[in-house]
Write a protein that binds this ligand. Structure first.
Ligand SMILES: Nc1ncnc2c1ncn2[C@@H]1O[C@H](COP(=O)(O)OP(=O)(O)OP(=O)(O)O)[C@@H](O)[C@H]1O
Ligand SMILES: [Mg+2]
Length: 234
């Protein structure tokens, strides 16, 4: 059996003395999407930061396609095939759409390039020469996803891509993520938007205070109203 695209085992991470991640386990296969949901401060971004190499875990392991990357710096994790769509998008405001894409590009044969991401997001083609800071929130989010795709990742991490988007745009992001999953990408979707999380994720993990308190399919989660009420406030 081949290794999962992303395997995280018993991950522990701290900010100073504050023990934020208390043993996180998750595995994502190629072509699979997993949603990680939970309230503000649950530890979702910290999980992504520990996977992407922005913080060094104090216990547990992170492996990408069977390669151990525990504690590796961000550039090594990126080179191993992990791309991040960060919370708040963080595109370059003083660069144009085209330049934002160009600086991220890591071309491979038959992979994602500028032409392909602009087919996926036609609005970006029309806004190609526009500065990042002149884009709407939705356009910035699409650019953030486009920028991650041209890195040609095997694992895509997204941190609350629906934040600040109108419902119609959230739906569009969901459609795009489903299409990307069908191309064989492994997707970890961090969200507080339950609708998007259950539309995209084949499995949903609910996080609270640095631990995973529930794992199941969207249908199983829907059958556990108590989980939703306790950990998501819906
Ligand atoms: N740089 C930091 N230094 C110290 N504590 C931090 C830091 N970043 C986050 N924390 C704390 O770690 C915990 C987890 O934060 P994290 O950002 O991972 O939550 P989150 O689930 O992503 O929340 P949100 O949905 O608001 O983005 C919180 O208690 C937060 O206050
Ligand atoms: Mg966060």
């Amino acid at each position: 059996m081949s290794s999962p695209a992303l395997a995280v085992h018993a991950l522990h991470a701290y900010y100073g003395e504050s023990h934020v991640l208390q043993g996180i386990d998750l595995e994502i296969a190629a072509g699979e999407a997993v949603s990680l949901i939970g309230r503000n401060g649950a530890g979702k971004t910290t999980t992504i930061a520990a996977i992407a190499g922005f913080i060094r875990p104090r216990g547990g392991s992170v492996a990408v396609s069977g390669t151990d990357l525990t504690g590796a710096p961000p550039h090594r994790v990126a080179r191993a095939g992990v791309a991040l769509v960060p919370q708040g998008r963080r595109i370059f405001g003083d660069l144009s759409v085209g330049e934002n894409i160009a600086v991220a590009a890591r071309p491979i044969p038959n992979g994602w390039d500028e032409a392909k991401v602009m087919e996926l997001f036609p609005i970006l083609a029309r806004r190609r020469a526009v500065r990042g800071d002149q884009l709407s929130g939705g356009e910035q989010q699409m650019l953030a996803i486009a920028r991650a795709l041209v890195r040609n990742p095997t694992v895509l991490l997204l941190d609350e891509p629906s934040e600040g988007l109108a419902p119609k745009l959230v739906e569009q992001v969901g459609d795009v993520l489903q299409r990307l999953r069908a191309t064989g990408l492994a997707i970890l979707l961090v969200e507080q938007n339950l609708g998007l999380a259950t539309q995209v994720g084949r499995r949903v993990l609910v996080m609270n205070k640095g631990t995973i308190v529930f794992t199941g399919t969207p249908a199983e989660l829907a059958a556990h109203r108590d989980v939703e009420a306790r950990y998501l406030g819906v």
